[in-house]
Design a protein around this ligand. Structure first.
Ligand SMILES: [Zn+2]
Length: 87
């Protein structure tokens, strides 16, 4: 599946989403809206996960106003490749 990114500011992107190849995930709590652009109000369940994802080389989407989003950092993918984990 290939899909374009969907910026939380509503703009149209021609870039492919890294969800397309499994290096990004979104989180929400069942029964609640997915936390998109939450500005300074990062949900506690997201804030609690950030250090764990960071420790594994992932980045939080809060840097680009997409609180639900986590993705593997480019450096991590390069390291995984160098380590033969993607062979
Ligand atoms: Zn996402």
């Amino acid at each position: 599946m290939r899909a374009q990114r969907k910026p939380t500011n509503g703009s149209v992107s021609r870039k492919l989403s890294n969800h397309s190849w499994g290096t990004a995930v979104d989180f929400k709590i069942v029964g609640f809206d997915a936390p998109g652009n939450t500005k300074q109000n990062v949900p506690k369940f997201i804030a609690a996960m950030i250090p764990h994802f960071n420790n594994e080389g992932w980045l939080s989407g809060i840097a680009f106003n997409d609180s639900m989003h986590f993705e593997v950092a480019d450096e991590t993918i390069k390291q995984w490749s160098a380590d033969g984990k993607l062979d």
